[in-house]
Design a protein around this ligand. Structure first.
Ligand code: CIR
Length: 254
């Protein structure tokens, strides 16, 4: 169960965030703010106490807080984003993590990791090797995880930005899965809930205390996830989709 979350209000500079989805247009800032507020309310409805950090205009992508830290039950890890324009975001979150976690581990150069590439399944952590997360970062993280009694393994990404762009672990062995991951033997042992390619954006959904929060507007995904017995909450995050960001990226949950 989770009891807390950290989010960061998007700054006006959000419109300059990194994206491979220019065809979707530029995010509308006031709509993004409203959507972000609805996202916070959904987390609160699931029982979480949400810490809301101030906007950080220097870093357009800083609302995607998930990428700069991995929080485990015994320790927080500060990542080193592969996107250079995002590297300084870690300095902006380190104090809040230090105030909440006694134990902080740090990924160092030449390692890079964005935690959108990390999926926690109990005490095991799957780490996607992507344009943002390299083998040095993954190896460092696996070593640090082992020090704290956890395990880790790597998954090569072919198409998507981050591992959790196409996968979400929903507890009780259920895995929402889409695209390139459906044929990966690493995930054979899970009860797979397939998200159709036409609704691939909804593969990034989040389990929060037996609820699953999904992006609104994906009826096939919603139907498949409801059949697995979850209480589904829908949040419109269309403005964040324009920056390749999904639901998981917008919070650190612990
Ligand atoms: C980026 O490209 O870094 C941001 N525009 C989106 C980050 C999304 N984060 C995630 O999937 N964990």
């Amino acid at each position: 169960m989770f009891s807390k979350a950290i989010v960061r209000t998007p700054g006006k500079s959000l419109i300059n965030g990194l994206t491979d989805s220019k065809h979707l247009g530029s995010p509308n800032y006031s709509r993004a703010l409203m959507q972000h507020q609805s996202y916070i309310e959904a987390l609160q409805l699931c029982g979480l106490e949400v810490t809301v950090l101030d906007p950080c205009e220097d870093y357009p992508d800083s609302t995607f807080v998930e990428d700069v830290a991995l929080i485990t039950p015994s320790c927080a890890f500060i990542t080193r984003p592969g996107a250079e324009s995002r590297r300084g975001e870690v300095e902006k979150i380190i104090d809040v993590l230090k105030s909440q976690f006694g134990n902080i581990e740090v990924i160092e150069a030449p390692g890079t990791i964005e935690a959108g590439d990390i999926m926690m399944v109990g005490s095991h952590y799957y780490i996607g090797l992507s344009d943002r997360t390299n083998i040095h970062g993954a190896k460092q993280l696996i070593g640090l995880l082992q020090k704290h009694g956890y395990t880790g393994s790597t998954i090569e990404l072919k198409e998507v930005l981050h591992l959790k762009t196409g996968l979400s672990y929903l507890e009780n062995n259920f895995l929402a899965i889409c695209g390139e991951f459906t044929s990966d033997p690493a995930f054979e042992g899970f009860d797979q809930i397939e998200i159709p390619e036409s609704e691939s954006y909804a593969a990034n959904c989040i389990w929060v205390n037996d609820n699953v929060i999904i992006p609104s507007g994906y009826p096939l995904a919603k139907n498949n996830l409801s059949r697995a017995g979850y209480n589904i909450l829908e949040v419109d995050v269309s403005e964040f989709k324009k920056l390749d960001g999904g639901l998981s990226c917008l919070s650190l949950r612990y």
